[in-house]
Each structure stands twice: as structure tokens, then as C-alpha cells.
Write a protein that binds this ligand. Structure first.
Ligand code: SF4
Length: 469
């Protein structure tokens, strides 16, 4: 965009990173500031590099962790961690070998920095405003909470970034989502993003980068903002972003990988210039009123099939896909989900596994017992989160209530590490995806906030958290 044009936050980050402009025939070449890698989407990428005899171009801008395939069962020593399944074990071994052979930093089993890739980037301070950040994982959009342009890439693109530290990209359009007003007690960031996806639909953000704005977003802490940006992809968006402000800068101050001294002052000055110009025009604009939002729950097999917790499940209206989703979920239209018996409750995932999420769940559970028929897993997003939660005594609250307190990892968000929901069972989950089989073959998933998840564990059925506050 030329001088004199008002720019969005996204426009500014994009134009700062374009190595070569796009043309009608070729996409732009975009420079990448941070490449996060994990064990699932990298083995083929490293094979490609080996075949072509290429090194990793910028090991210093590449950071590895293990999260998807790693078990979360508590162990006395990390030497005792047994990876479940041959496929997962191979991925873990390959990740260790590849990072060693290519000279890359890896937070392995015994590292205090290990955790879900989208939890560790921010907590280390590696995620910063104005950066371009990629990872072979859809929920890379999480890092946009800091005003970074962050998006998921495929395996071939992972190889491309490893070899060149750049990527071919078409410039997406911009979509502003404005959330005005103030949230009521019992309504959280997870409810806001589920309501936004419900309004936009799962394809509503396609081809766009969403910028979240308004009083509700400004009032949120960084962890809540990460929950919002995390699920941008579930509305089909390329990425989600929030303009950096005092909250962002305060969060990053003193983190291990944040700039320090004079570099910190320079960085803050740069970050302060990133928010969009006041008179900027977005390609699309959507408004949502925060005052009237309620706790939200999904009832179908995509995150856009979502309702306020006391509303009845809508009718199929002749839509075969809709009918199939309700059949899979074993739900009938016309009745609310509250009261549906719950078998499993999962608090965790890159959407809701940070200390503030765990505090919310603990506030509901404190001094109470979960229903005898419910299995509840609480899985911190990283070892750092685990240590902090334990120093606050949250693990004791969970264990006293009858929940399991685990090691960090993706756990029940994705059925590939030994933590699964049995077939046919209903799980209230704080994760981000509810398609058929996501949490295990035949598993039925209701996406909800940590408050709703904890309330449902106590009640033994889907429950409105406001009655436990
Ligand atoms: S927690 Fe779930 S969504 Fe997040 S990175 Fe892990 S598998 Fe992906």
C-alpha cells in the first residue's frame, strides 16, 4: 500500500515483510521471523531437506517442542515417559534426531520449557508484535494475540521455510470483528470466540485476516486474547490479530526471549506504531455486543454449530449435513443441552490450558467433588504453566475434587497420544475442534469454556457455570 493510504495492523506487518511483491502470476515472497516446529508435521520436511542436501537457513529463528504425540500421564522421571503407539514414538525419535542433525533448539521431554507449541512461544517471549510467525499447525493463529501475523502451514511449506526462511503468499483481505460492551460474570473469552464463529459461520472468515477490536477485547488479558485468536481458523480465517497495547507490552516485559535494555526500548517504540491508522477501512466488518453474551456450547460437529447454553438445539431444517451431525451427537432438536449426561471433561489444549484458564476451572471446583460417573482431565499447556499452577496450589484443588492432574501436552484435544474419549461417550472439552472422531473414534465433543467444563463435571451433565459462581 502506497504512502498516504491508511493501513490496518495487518497491512503494516505484511508490508514490513514482503521480500518481493505479488503479481497476477506469482504470489509475494514473505520473510518469516519465527518458525515453530513440532514432531507431527516435520519428518517429511526434513526428509525433503536431506534429499536436496540443504541446511536449515536460520536455526536461530527455528524453535522446536514436542506436544501432539507426547503422553501426559504423570511420571516420577521423564525417562519413564512411554510414548503410546508406534507412529507417535517414531515421530518423537525423528524429531530428536532431526533437531540434533540440523542444529536446532528442541525442548525435549526433560526441558522445563516444553509444552504445546502455541503456549510456549508467548510464555518465552519469542512471540512478539509485528513478527511473521509460522508453524505446521492450524492454531498458529494464537500468536496473533500479540499483533503478529501468524498462520499455519503445510508440510511442504515447512520444508520451504526451513530451507529459505521465506514463504510464497497471496495477500489476504481484512475483516474487523468489533466486540463492544462488557462481559457478564460467567462469560469468558471462549464464549466470545464461539459466539463470533456462530455468527460468521465456519467459512465466514475465508480469505481474510481477522482483527479483533472493541472494549471487550481491550479489557482482556493476554491469555484471554490468545483464546480468541486461537480459534480464528475455525471461522476459516487465515489468521487473527489484536493490536498491541499496554497489556501486550506488560506481558512481554522480562520474558526470557523478549528484547532487553536499549533493544527493549526500541522494540516498544516500534510496537506502539503497529496499531491500524484511525481512518482505516477493512474489507469486511462485523459487530457483536458483549453485554448480552451468554456461556456458549457447541451441539454439532463443527465449531459454528453453537448456541447459548440454555437455548434449545435448533432443528435440522431439511439440511442432511445438519441432521447427520445431530445423529452423530445423539441429540434431538428443541431441547437445550443442559441436562445431557456427561462422561468426560477435558480442560486443556492450546485454546484453554494457561494459568488463567486453570484458575477459572479451579474456582468452580474448589471445595466440591466432581460427579462419580465423570472422568476429568486437567492438562496444563506447558511445564511452565504446570509449575506456576502447582505453586498456586491449583493441582490440589483439582485432585481434591476428583480430577486428574497431568503433564503438559495436547492430550485429549487430538486422539494421538493415548488420551482419548471412548466411543459414544460425551465430552465437554475446552479444546477447539469437535468434528467426528477428533477426540477418539465415535467420541462426541461439546466445546465450551473452562467454567462450563468444570460446572458440567460437578453436575454430571452439561451445566450453566453461573449457578456455581
Ligand atoms: S492442543 Fe490441539 S489444536 Fe492445539 S496444537 Fe495441540 S493438537 Fe493442535
Amino acid at each position: 500500500m502506497g504512502a498516504g493510504h491508511a493501513q490496518t495492523l495487518f497491512d503494516k506487518v505484511w508490508s514490513d515483510h514482503v521480500v518481493m511483491e505479488e503479481t497476477a502470476d506469482t504470489p509475494a515472497i514473505l520473510y518469516i521471523d519465527l518458525h515453530l516446529i513440532h514432531e507431527v508435521t516435520t519428518p517429511q520436511a526434513f526428509t525433503l531437506l536431506r534429499e536436496k542436501g540443504l541446511p536449515v537457513r536460520r536455526p536461530d529463528l527455528t524453535l522446536g517442542t514436542m506436544d501432539h504425540s507426547t503422553p501426559t500421564t504423570p511420571v516420577r522421571s521423564f525417562k519413564d515417559l512411554a510414548v503410546v503407539g508406534e507412529g507417535a514414538a517414531n515421530q518423537v525419535v525423528k524429531m530428536q534426531d532431526n533437531c540434533r542433525d540440523f542444529g536446532l533448539e528442541l525442548f525435549g521431554f526433560d526441558s522445563d520449557n516444553r509444552g504445546i507449541v502455541h503456549v510456549i512461544g508467548p510464555e518465552l517471549g519469542a512471540t512478539q508484535p509485528g513478527k511473521t510467525i509460522v508453524c505446521g499447525d492450524s492454531h498458529t493463529s494464537t500468536h496473533g494475540a500479540f499483533g503478529a501475523f501468524a498462520f499455519g502451514i503445510g508440510t511442504t511449506e515447512v520444508a520451504h521455510v526451513l530451507a529459505t526462511q521465506s514463504l510464497l503468499q497471496r495477500k489476504p483481505k481484512t475483516l474487523a470483528v468489533n466486540v463492544s460492551g462488557r462481559l457478564q460474570a460467567g462469560v469468558t473469552a471462549k464464549d466470545v470466540i464461539l459466539a463470533i464463529i456462530g455468527q460468521l459461520g465456519v467459512g465466514g472468515g475465508t480469505g481474510h485476516v481477522i482483527e479483533y477490536r472493541g472494549e471487550v477485547i481491550s479489557a482482556m488479558g493476554m491469555e484471554a486474547r490468545m483464546t480468541i485468536c486461537n480459534m480464528s481458523i475455525e471461522a476459516g480465517a487465515k489468521a487473527g490479530m489484536i493490536a498491541p497495547d499496554d497489556t501486550t507490552i506488560e506481558y512481554l516485559a522480562g520474558r526470557p526471549r523478549s528484547p532487553s535494555g536499549a533493544d527493549w526500548d526500541k522494540a516498544v517504540q516500534r510496537w506502539r506504531e503497529l496499531p491500524g491508522d484511525p481512518d482505516v477501512i477493512f474489507d469486511k466488518f462485523v459487530d457483536l455486543c458483549g453485554d448480552t453474551l451468554e456461556p456458549m456450547v457447541t451441539f454439532g460437529t463443527n465449531p459454528g454449530m453453537v448456541i447459548p447454553i440454555n437455548d434449545p438445539v435448533p432443528g435440522a431444517e431439511g439440511d442432511p449435513g445438519f441432521r447427520k451431525a445431530l445423529e452423530y451427537m445423539q441429540l434431538s432438536p428443541g431441547k437445550p443441552l443442559t441436562g445431557s449426561p456427561v462422561d468426560v471433561v477435558f480442560v486443556g489444549s492450546c485454546t484453554n490450558s494457561r494459568v488463567s484458564d486453570l484458575k477459572q476451572a479451579a474456582d468452580i471446583l474448589r471445595g466440591r467433588k466432581i460427579s462419580p460417573g465423570v472422568t476429568m482431565l486437567v492438562v496444563p499447556g506447558s511445564q511452565q504453566v504446570k509449575h506456576e499452577a502447582e505453586s498456586l496450589g491449583l493441582h490440589k484443588v483439582f485432585e481434591a475434587a476428583g480430577a486428574q492432574w497431568r503433564e503438559s501436552g495436547c492430550s485429549m484435544c487430538i486422539a494421538m497420544n493415548g488420551d482419548t474419549v471412548p466411543s459414544g461417550r460425551l465430552c465437554v472439552s475446552t479444546s477447539n475442534r469437535n468434528f467426528e472422531g477428533r477426540q477418539g473414534i465415535g467420541a462426541r465433543t461439546i466445546l465450551a469454556s473452562p467454567l462450563t467444563a468444570a460446572a458440567s463435571a460437578l453436575a454430571g451433565h452439561v451445566a450453566d457455570p453461573r449457578s456455581y459462581l
